[in-house]
Design a protein around this ligand. Sequence first.
Ligand SMILES: CC/C=C\C/C=C\CCCC/C=C/C(=O)SCCNC(=O)CCNC(=O)[C@H](O)C(C)(C)COP(=O)(O)OP(=O)(O)OC[C@H]1O[C@@H](n2cnc3c(N)ncnc32)[C@H](O)[C@@H]1OP(=O)(O)O
Length: 285
Amino acid sequence: MQSALIVGKKICSSLLLRNWVRPLSAASDKLTNVEVNDKTGFAKLTMNRPPVNGLNLDLLRDLHQSIQDIEKNKCRGLILTSASNTIFSAGLDIMEMYKPDQERLKQFWTALQDVWLALYGSAVPTAAAINGHSPAGGCLLAASCEYRVMLPKYTIGLNETQLGIVAPKWFMSTFRNVLPRRIAEQALTQGKMFTSDEALKIGLVDELAATKEEALLKCEKFFASFAKTDPIARYLTKKQLRHNDIKELLDEKVQDVENFVLFVNQPSVQKGLGLYLESLKKKAK
Ligand SMILES: CC/C=C\C/C=C\CCCC/C=C/C(=O)SCCNC(=O)CCNC(=O)[C@H](O)C(C)(C)COP(=O)(O)OP(=O)(O)OC[C@H]1O[C@@H](n2cnc3c(N)ncnc32)[C@H](O)[C@@H]1OP(=O)(O)O
Protein backbone atom coordinates (compact mmCIF):
# COMPACT_ATOMS: atom_id res chain seq x y z
CA MET A 1 0.00 0.00 0.00
CA GLN A 2 1.26 3.41 -0.86
CA SER A 3 -0.74 5.83 1.20
CA ALA A 4 0.40 7.95 4.10
CA LEU A 5 -1.69 8.57 7.15
CA ILE A 6 -1.29 11.52 9.45
CA VAL A 7 -3.36 11.34 12.59
CA GLY A 8 -4.10 13.85 15.31
CA LYS A 9 -3.19 12.57 18.75
CA LYS A 10 -6.22 14.01 20.52
CA ILE A 11 -8.60 11.80 18.61
CA CYS A 12 -6.83 8.51 18.55
CA SER A 13 -5.66 6.66 21.58
CA SER A 14 -2.10 5.34 21.32
CA LEU A 15 -3.59 1.97 20.39
CA LEU A 16 -5.57 3.52 17.58
CA LEU A 17 -2.58 5.56 16.59
CA ARG A 18 -0.54 2.37 16.26
CA ASN A 19 -3.31 0.88 14.14
CA TRP A 20 -3.41 3.90 11.91
CA VAL A 21 0.23 4.31 11.12
CA ARG A 22 1.18 2.33 8.10
CA PRO A 23 4.71 2.20 6.74
CA LEU A 24 5.39 5.40 4.86
CA SER A 25 6.90 5.06 1.44
CA ALA A 26 9.02 7.69 -0.23
CA ALA A 27 7.02 10.90 -0.66
CA SER A 28 6.97 10.64 -4.44
CA ASP A 29 5.28 7.22 -4.22
CA LYS A 30 2.22 8.31 -2.26
CA LEU A 31 -1.01 7.90 -4.16
CA THR A 32 -3.34 8.96 -1.38
CA ASN A 33 -2.78 10.91 1.75
CA VAL A 34 -5.00 11.00 4.82
CA GLU A 35 -4.87 13.80 7.34
CA VAL A 36 -7.12 13.87 10.37
CA ASN A 37 -7.89 17.15 12.07
CA ASP A 38 -7.31 16.45 15.74
CA LYS A 39 -9.91 18.94 16.91
CA THR A 40 -12.78 18.02 14.63
CA GLY A 41 -12.09 14.38 13.81
CA PHE A 42 -12.59 15.13 10.10
CA ALA A 43 -10.34 13.24 7.70
CA LYS A 44 -9.08 14.72 4.44
CA LEU A 45 -8.38 12.03 1.87
CA THR A 46 -6.27 13.45 -0.95
CA MET A 47 -5.69 11.68 -4.27
CA ASN A 48 -2.17 12.25 -5.48
CA ARG A 49 -1.43 10.48 -8.74
CA PRO A 50 -0.10 13.07 -11.20
CA PRO A 51 -0.79 14.25 -13.76
CA VAL A 52 -4.57 13.66 -13.65
CA ASN A 53 -5.38 11.23 -10.80
CA GLY A 54 -6.18 8.55 -13.35
CA LEU A 55 -7.80 5.74 -11.38
CA ASN A 56 -5.49 2.80 -11.97
CA LEU A 57 -5.38 -0.41 -9.93
CA ASP A 58 -2.86 0.98 -7.44
CA LEU A 59 -4.72 4.21 -6.78
CA LEU A 60 -8.00 2.34 -6.40
CA ARG A 61 -6.51 -0.12 -3.92
CA ASP A 62 -4.98 2.74 -2.02
CA LEU A 63 -8.24 4.64 -1.92
CA HIS A 64 -10.05 1.55 -0.66
CA GLN A 65 -7.52 1.02 2.11
CA SER A 66 -7.69 4.67 3.15
CA ILE A 67 -11.50 4.71 3.24
CA GLN A 68 -11.45 1.55 5.38
CA ASP A 69 -8.88 3.09 7.74
CA ILE A 70 -10.94 6.25 8.14
CA GLU A 71 -14.00 4.13 8.80
CA LYS A 72 -12.27 1.85 11.30
CA ASN A 73 -10.93 4.78 13.25
CA LYS A 74 -14.36 6.30 13.59
CA CYS A 75 -13.54 9.66 12.07
CA ARG A 76 -16.44 12.09 12.07
CA GLY A 77 -16.22 12.96 8.39
CA LEU A 78 -14.32 12.10 5.22
CA ILE A 79 -13.50 14.77 2.65
CA LEU A 80 -12.28 13.48 -0.71
CA THR A 81 -10.11 15.89 -2.67
CA SER A 82 -7.15 16.09 -5.03
CA ALA A 83 -3.54 17.23 -4.74
CA SER A 84 -3.73 18.63 -8.29
CA ASN A 85 -4.60 22.28 -8.83
CA THR A 86 -6.77 21.61 -11.86
CA ILE A 87 -7.93 17.99 -11.86
CA PHE A 88 -10.05 16.22 -9.24
CA SER A 89 -9.77 12.95 -11.18
CA ALA A 90 -9.73 12.17 -14.92
CA GLY A 91 -11.67 9.00 -14.15
CA LEU A 92 -10.54 5.52 -14.93
CA ASP A 93 -7.00 5.23 -16.24
CA ILE A 94 -7.67 4.17 -19.80
CA MET A 95 -4.29 2.44 -19.91
CA GLU A 96 -5.78 -0.19 -17.57
CA MET A 97 -8.37 -1.06 -20.20
CA TYR A 98 -6.32 -0.73 -23.38
CA LYS A 99 -4.62 -3.98 -24.48
CA PRO A 100 -5.06 -5.25 -20.93
CA ASP A 101 -3.58 -8.13 -19.02
CA GLN A 102 -6.71 -10.19 -18.36
CA GLU A 103 -6.07 -11.00 -14.70
CA ARG A 104 -5.18 -7.39 -13.90
CA LEU A 105 -8.29 -6.20 -15.75
CA LYS A 106 -10.46 -8.26 -13.39
CA GLN A 107 -8.58 -6.96 -10.36
CA PHE A 108 -8.93 -3.42 -11.66
CA TRP A 109 -12.71 -3.59 -11.98
CA THR A 110 -13.06 -5.40 -8.64
CA ALA A 111 -11.00 -2.64 -7.02
CA LEU A 112 -13.30 0.00 -8.49
CA GLN A 113 -16.35 -1.88 -7.21
CA ASP A 114 -14.74 -2.08 -3.76
CA VAL A 115 -13.99 1.64 -3.66
CA TRP A 116 -17.55 2.44 -4.66
CA LEU A 117 -19.04 0.05 -2.09
CA ALA A 118 -16.84 1.51 0.65
CA LEU A 119 -17.45 5.15 -0.26
CA TYR A 120 -21.13 4.99 -1.21
CA GLY A 121 -21.90 2.85 1.83
CA SER A 122 -19.59 4.59 4.29
CA ALA A 123 -20.82 4.95 7.86
CA VAL A 124 -18.73 8.10 8.13
CA PRO A 125 -20.29 11.25 6.62
CA THR A 126 -18.64 11.93 3.25
CA ALA A 127 -18.09 15.03 1.15
CA ALA A 128 -16.07 15.89 -1.95
CA ALA A 129 -14.09 19.10 -2.37
CA ILE A 130 -13.98 19.05 -6.17
CA ASN A 131 -10.97 21.22 -6.93
CA GLY A 132 -10.69 20.45 -10.64
CA HIS A 133 -12.17 18.61 -13.60
CA SER A 134 -14.09 15.51 -12.69
CA PRO A 135 -15.15 13.41 -15.67
CA ALA A 136 -16.56 9.86 -15.58
CA GLY A 137 -14.96 7.82 -12.77
CA GLY A 138 -13.97 11.10 -11.09
CA CYS A 139 -17.60 12.16 -11.11
CA LEU A 140 -18.59 8.72 -9.79
CA LEU A 141 -16.37 9.21 -6.73
CA ALA A 142 -17.69 12.71 -6.07
CA ALA A 143 -21.31 11.67 -6.57
CA SER A 144 -20.86 8.74 -4.17
CA CYS A 145 -20.26 11.24 -1.38
CA GLU A 146 -23.13 12.84 0.50
CA TYR A 147 -22.15 16.45 -0.28
CA ARG A 148 -20.18 18.18 -3.00
CA VAL A 149 -18.47 21.56 -3.12
CA MET A 150 -16.87 22.52 -6.44
CA LEU A 151 -14.50 25.23 -7.57
CA PRO A 152 -15.58 27.42 -10.52
CA LYS A 153 -14.74 26.90 -14.19
CA TYR A 154 -14.27 23.15 -14.12
CA THR A 155 -16.37 20.36 -15.58
CA ILE A 156 -18.04 17.32 -14.10
CA GLY A 157 -20.23 14.54 -15.47
CA LEU A 158 -20.61 10.95 -16.55
CA ASN A 159 -19.49 11.28 -20.18
CA GLU A 160 -19.43 7.55 -20.98
CA THR A 161 -21.88 7.62 -23.92
CA GLN A 162 -19.68 10.24 -25.58
CA LEU A 163 -16.86 7.68 -25.45
CA GLY A 164 -19.10 4.94 -26.84
CA ILE A 165 -19.26 3.27 -23.42
CA VAL A 166 -22.32 2.28 -21.38
CA ALA A 167 -21.94 3.29 -17.75
CA PRO A 168 -22.66 0.30 -15.48
CA LYS A 169 -25.90 0.27 -13.48
CA TRP A 170 -24.24 1.31 -10.25
CA PHE A 171 -22.75 4.42 -11.90
CA MET A 172 -26.30 5.28 -12.94
CA SER A 173 -27.79 4.57 -9.50
CA THR A 174 -25.21 6.89 -7.99
CA PHE A 175 -26.36 9.67 -10.33
CA ARG A 176 -29.99 8.92 -9.65
CA ASN A 177 -29.33 9.22 -5.93
CA VAL A 178 -28.20 12.80 -6.48
CA LEU A 179 -30.26 14.08 -9.41
CA PRO A 180 -33.95 14.06 -10.26
CA ARG A 181 -34.60 11.03 -12.44
CA ARG A 182 -35.35 12.95 -15.64
CA ILE A 183 -32.23 15.09 -15.35
CA ALA A 184 -30.15 11.98 -14.58
CA GLU A 185 -31.57 10.23 -17.64
CA GLN A 186 -30.80 13.17 -19.92
CA ALA A 187 -27.33 13.70 -18.50
CA LEU A 188 -26.46 10.00 -18.75
CA THR A 189 -27.82 9.46 -22.26
CA GLN A 190 -26.14 12.63 -23.54
CA GLY A 191 -22.91 11.88 -21.66
CA LYS A 192 -23.06 15.51 -20.65
CA MET A 193 -20.20 17.28 -18.95
CA PHE A 194 -21.52 20.15 -16.81
CA THR A 195 -19.66 23.34 -15.95
CA SER A 196 -19.44 24.13 -12.24
CA ASP A 197 -22.31 26.64 -12.60
CA GLU A 198 -24.48 24.15 -14.47
CA ALA A 199 -23.69 21.43 -11.94
CA LEU A 200 -24.81 23.74 -9.14
CA LYS A 201 -28.01 24.60 -11.00
CA ILE A 202 -29.09 20.98 -11.49
CA GLY A 203 -27.97 19.91 -8.00
CA LEU A 204 -25.06 17.74 -9.07
CA VAL A 205 -23.00 19.83 -6.67
CA ASP A 206 -24.35 21.49 -3.54
CA GLU A 207 -22.19 24.60 -3.37
CA LEU A 208 -19.42 26.43 -5.21
CA ALA A 209 -16.33 27.76 -3.46
CA ALA A 210 -13.69 30.19 -4.71
CA THR A 211 -10.74 28.24 -3.35
CA LYS A 212 -9.89 24.73 -2.19
CA GLU A 213 -9.61 25.98 1.39
CA GLU A 214 -13.10 27.41 1.20
CA ALA A 215 -14.38 24.17 -0.31
CA LEU A 216 -12.87 22.18 2.56
CA LEU A 217 -14.46 24.54 5.09
CA LYS A 218 -17.84 24.16 3.42
CA CYS A 219 -17.51 20.37 3.57
CA GLU A 220 -16.67 20.66 7.27
CA LYS A 221 -19.71 22.86 7.78
CA PHE A 222 -21.81 20.12 6.21
CA PHE A 223 -20.40 17.61 8.70
CA ALA A 224 -21.05 20.04 11.55
CA SER A 225 -24.73 20.01 10.55
CA PHE A 226 -24.87 16.49 12.05
CA ALA A 227 -23.68 17.70 15.46
CA LYS A 228 -27.12 17.21 16.98
CA THR A 229 -27.95 13.92 15.27
CA ASP A 230 -27.23 10.51 16.65
CA PRO A 231 -24.41 9.00 14.52
CA ILE A 232 -25.95 5.52 14.51
CA ALA A 233 -29.40 6.80 13.56
CA ARG A 234 -27.74 8.96 10.89
CA TYR A 235 -25.86 6.01 9.44
CA LEU A 236 -28.82 3.62 9.52
CA THR A 237 -30.91 6.19 7.68
CA LYS A 238 -28.24 6.61 5.00
CA LYS A 239 -27.79 2.85 4.82
CA GLN A 240 -31.46 2.23 4.22
CA LEU A 241 -31.69 4.92 1.56
CA ARG A 242 -28.70 3.47 -0.33
CA HIS A 243 -29.44 -0.18 0.44
CA ASN A 244 -30.98 -1.21 -2.90
CA ASP A 245 -28.17 0.30 -4.98
CA ILE A 246 -25.55 -1.46 -2.88
CA LYS A 247 -27.41 -4.77 -2.82
CA GLU A 248 -27.83 -4.68 -6.57
CA LEU A 249 -24.07 -4.56 -7.09
CA LEU A 250 -23.30 -7.05 -4.32
CA ASP A 251 -25.72 -9.53 -5.89
CA GLU A 252 -24.11 -9.12 -9.31
CA LYS A 253 -20.51 -8.37 -8.38
CA VAL A 254 -18.91 -11.31 -10.19
CA GLN A 255 -21.20 -11.02 -13.19
CA ASP A 256 -20.44 -7.29 -13.36
CA VAL A 257 -16.70 -8.05 -13.60
CA GLU A 258 -17.39 -10.58 -16.35
CA ASN A 259 -19.54 -8.07 -18.25
CA PHE A 260 -16.80 -5.49 -17.97
CA VAL A 261 -14.08 -7.88 -19.16
CA LEU A 262 -16.22 -9.03 -22.07
CA PHE A 263 -17.06 -5.47 -23.03
CA VAL A 264 -13.51 -4.14 -22.83
CA ASN A 265 -12.13 -7.01 -24.90
CA GLN A 266 -14.44 -6.34 -27.86
CA PRO A 267 -12.24 -5.36 -30.82
CA SER A 268 -14.42 -2.31 -31.49
CA VAL A 269 -14.03 -1.14 -27.88
CA GLN A 270 -10.25 -1.68 -28.03
CA LYS A 271 -10.11 0.32 -31.23
CA GLY A 272 -12.17 3.13 -29.67
CA LEU A 273 -10.00 3.22 -26.54
CA GLY A 274 -6.85 3.36 -28.68
CA LEU A 275 -8.19 6.28 -30.71
CA TYR A 276 -9.31 8.08 -27.58
CA LEU A 277 -5.90 7.68 -25.95
CA GLU A 278 -4.26 8.99 -29.11
CA SER A 279 -6.55 12.02 -29.15
CA LEU A 280 -5.72 12.76 -25.52
CA LYS A 281 -2.00 12.50 -26.22
CA LYS A 282 -2.20 14.67 -29.37
CA LYS A 283 -4.06 17.27 -27.33
CA ALA A 284 -1.26 17.24 -24.79
CA LYS A 285 1.38 18.02 -27.47
C1 LIG B 1 -23.33 -3.37 -20.07
C2 LIG B 1 -22.12 -2.67 -19.63
C3 LIG B 1 -21.24 -3.51 -18.85
C4 LIG B 1 -20.10 -3.15 -18.51
C5 LIG B 1 -19.59 -1.84 -18.87
C6 LIG B 1 -18.18 -1.91 -19.01
C7 LIG B 1 -17.34 -0.93 -19.07
C8 LIG B 1 -17.56 0.42 -19.23
C9 LIG B 1 -17.42 1.22 -18.01
C10 LIG B 1 -16.32 2.16 -18.08
C11 LIG B 1 -16.63 3.39 -17.31
C12 LIG B 1 -15.58 4.37 -17.60
C13 LIG B 1 -15.28 5.30 -16.76
C14 LIG B 1 -14.15 6.23 -16.98
O1 LIG B 1 -13.78 6.90 -16.08
S1 LIG B 1 -13.36 6.26 -18.50
C15 LIG B 1 -12.26 7.64 -18.44
C16 LIG B 1 -12.98 8.86 -18.86
N1 LIG B 1 -12.16 10.02 -18.69
C17 LIG B 1 -12.10 10.97 -19.59
O2 LIG B 1 -12.72 10.93 -20.62
C18 LIG B 1 -11.19 12.11 -19.27
C19 LIG B 1 -10.10 12.22 -20.28
N2 LIG B 1 -9.19 13.29 -19.94
C20 LIG B 1 -9.47 14.59 -20.09
O3 LIG B 1 -10.54 15.00 -20.49
C21 LIG B 1 -8.37 15.55 -19.74
O4 LIG B 1 -7.18 14.84 -19.67
C22 LIG B 1 -8.59 16.28 -18.40
C23 LIG B 1 -8.91 15.32 -17.26
C24 LIG B 1 -9.72 17.31 -18.54
C25 LIG B 1 -7.29 17.03 -18.04
O5 LIG B 1 -6.92 17.88 -19.08
P1 LIG B 1 -5.44 18.49 -19.12
O6 LIG B 1 -5.11 19.11 -17.82
O7 LIG B 1 -5.38 19.37 -20.32
O8 LIG B 1 -4.48 17.23 -19.22
P2 LIG B 1 -4.18 16.35 -20.52
O9 LIG B 1 -5.42 16.09 -21.26
O10 LIG B 1 -3.06 16.99 -21.25
O11 LIG B 1 -3.73 14.98 -19.85
C26 LIG B 1 -2.44 14.82 -19.26
C27 LIG B 1 -1.96 13.41 -19.49
O12 LIG B 1 -2.87 12.50 -18.89
C28 LIG B 1 -3.37 11.56 -19.85
N3 LIG B 1 -4.77 11.25 -19.48
C29 LIG B 1 -5.78 12.07 -19.28
N4 LIG B 1 -6.88 11.41 -18.90
C30 LIG B 1 -6.56 10.11 -18.90
C31 LIG B 1 -7.28 8.92 -18.59
N5 LIG B 1 -8.57 8.92 -18.19
N6 LIG B 1 -6.62 7.74 -18.66
C32 LIG B 1 -5.33 7.68 -19.04
N7 LIG B 1 -4.59 8.79 -19.35
C33 LIG B 1 -5.20 9.99 -19.26
C34 LIG B 1 -3.27 12.32 -21.16
O13 LIG B 1 -3.25 11.43 -22.22
C35 LIG B 1 -1.95 13.02 -20.98
O14 LIG B 1 -0.94 12.04 -21.15
P3 LIG B 1 0.51 12.40 -21.75
O15 LIG B 1 1.23 11.10 -21.77
O16 LIG B 1 0.26 12.97 -23.10
O17 LIG B 1 1.07 13.40 -20.78
